[in-house]
Design a protein around this ligand. Structure first.
Ligand code: CTP
Ligand code: MG
Length: 176
């Protein structure tokens, strides 16, 4: 029983690692030109806001692919680049969709919108993986329900812990 739980946790973490890397690296190395180019939506508010940048997007997606390639050296997978792209692009699409929604709800860039700030990229990564994955991955793998639960529970926890660390190190202005 204990080893089964441990196995579910490890499988979940291993599976979602590229999406985690994508989010962390985008947050750490993002900045510069915003994806929306500073444009507003028809409601007069920013389309996405200054928190979604081209550099963050590129760094995030490349990190996901990089991690997936490294993982494939440890446990062989047929299409590590496709897997990394699915999780990375999915994560960024989820993050962007959340920012679009936040702006429509008149929540400013950087203001909290729990639990979506913590889960947006996981939902995006899983959505793209499940929808497109079966067509492009010949070794498509269905994570167990246990692993999915682990991912959904552990991600906000990891996210908040890392943010608190970043805040304490003065790398982040707000603790969330
Ligand atoms: N970031 C980026 N590009 C991305 C995603 C994130 O540059 N595509 C960087 C930005 O510097 C951003 C930080 O990571 O401020 C934190 O990301 P996030 O919390 O997703 O954005 P917020 O600034 O909180 O903006 P929003 O309210 O739109 O979520
Ligand atoms: Mg945020």
């Amino acid at each position: 029983m204990k080893t089964m739980i441990l196995q579910g946790v490890l499988q979940g973490v291993w599976f979602i690692l590229p999406a985690w890397a994508c989010n962390m690296m985008a947050c750490t190395f993002g900045g510069g030109r915003p994806i929306d180019g500073g444009r507003s939506f028809i409601d007069g508010r920013p389309l996405l806001g200054k928190g979604k940048t081209v550099r963050g997007l590129c760094v995030g997606v490349s990190s996901a692919v990089g991690v997936a390639i490294l993982q494939s050296f440890v446990i062989y997978t047929v299409h590590p680049i496709a897997f990394g792209l699915l999780l990375g692009v999915g994560a960024m699409l989820g993050d962007i969709a959340k920012s679009f929604l936040k702006r429509r709800l008149n929540i400013e860039s950087g203001r909290p919108f729990p639990p979506f700030d913590q889960l947006d990229f996981i939902i995006g990564a899983l959505a793209l993986y499940y929808v497109v994955g079966p067509y492009v991955l010949s070794d498509f793998y269905y994570p167990s329900w246990g692993s999915l639960m682990v991912i959904l529970l552990l991600t906000p926890f990891m996210h908040l812990s890392l943010n608190v660390v970043g805040y304490k190190l003065d790398k982040k202005e707000v603790w969330w």
